[in-house]
Write a protein that binds this ligand. Structure first.
Ligand code: HEC
Length: 254
């Protein structure tokens, strides 16, 4: 019984494991920035688990509320922590100096993390799922995507305690990641170290967070895409009009 459960958990982690030798293969993050419920859940998770360390310096609470369909009261009650005002940008209270002192590296602003580069959302999605126990690190955690990351695994309560299975390196290199002369061949969460979420729930939560950060990186995208539909409709209408006019003129010519 326990074995089969363990196997199920292992299976759930398998996509995270497929990786070329030495290089960490990114998971595909099937996000939908037009799914408001997903963005709202992502925003909630962000405020609870990330905002203490990371800023979103280009995002205002008011804008967030408008885009996510939340009233001012909802933003004030559900989103804002501490005494920020609705018109403020989403800045953390942690100074760069404190961040550097506490984590050896100040937590970066995340407003533009998922921007520009293709596949950045896949990187974030994979990164947030790839923390594992590593007693040799000061925080007790490491990450296969960002080896030696100074960010602690803030979501372990939800995910459970993810451990890496480590084996000596074979001739073909490592399937997931290399640590010293050994390989990480996979992740496992043992029955008694499970988190508050099932693996599927946790993946969903990470997807919502990734969708939220993708939206934050380019909020105008929501409007631009909505506008795009009108531009196309207008152009189609204009083409039709031009065609009708041409037909009308040519009638006289013939
Ligand atoms: C306790 C402070 C802290 C919390 C809370 C925290 N982080 Fe971090 N985060 C860091 C630090 C420090 C780094 C820099 C890691 C490094 O480069 O070694 C970092 C790096 C990152 C990066 C990589 C950014 C880049 O451009 O390199 C991402 C993405 C990220 N965090 C997302 C999150 C998300 C999402 C949450 C909430 C679930 C979160 N973090 C919560 C401290 C924190």
């Amino acid at each position: 019984m326990l074995k089969s459960r363990l196997f199920a958990v292992l299976l759930a982690c398998v996509p995270a494991l497929a990786a070329a030798a030495g290089k960490v293969e990114m998971l595909d993050a099937p996000i939908d920035v037009h799914d408001r419920a997903s963005l709202q859940r992502g925003a909630g998770l962000y405020m609870n688990y990330c905002a203490a360390c990371h800023s979103l310096q280009f995002m205002r609470y008011s804008r967030l509320g408008e885009d996510l369909g939340l009233s001012v009261e909802q933003v004030e009650q559900l989103i804002i922590k501490g005494n920020a005002k609705i018109g403020d940008t989403m800045i953390t209270g942690m100074s760069k100096e404190d961040g550097t002192a506490w984590f050896s590296k100040a937590p970066p602003d995340l407003s533009t993390t998922v921007r520009g580069k293709k596949g950045q959302e896949d990187w974030v999605y994979t990164f947030l799922r790839s923390f594992y126990v590593d007693e040799s690190r000061p925080m007790g955690w490491n990450n296969t995507v960002l080896s030696g990351a100074s960010m602690p695994n803030v979501l372990w309560e939800l995910q459970g305690i993810q451990r890496a299975t480590i084996e000596p390196m074979g001739e073909d290199g490592c399937p997931v990641a290399q640590v010293g002369g050994n390989c990480i061949t996979g992740f496992v969460i043992q029955e008694h170290e499970r988190g508050r979420m099932t693996p599927a729930e946790f993946d969903r939560a990470i997807l919502d967070l990734t969708a939220f950060l993708t939206y934050v990186a380019e909020p105008a995208r929501l409007q631009r895409e909505a506008l795009g539909v009108w531009v196309i409709l207008f152009l189609s209408f204009f083409t039709l009009l031009a065609w009708l006019m041409k037909r009308e003129y040519w009638k006289d010519v013939h």
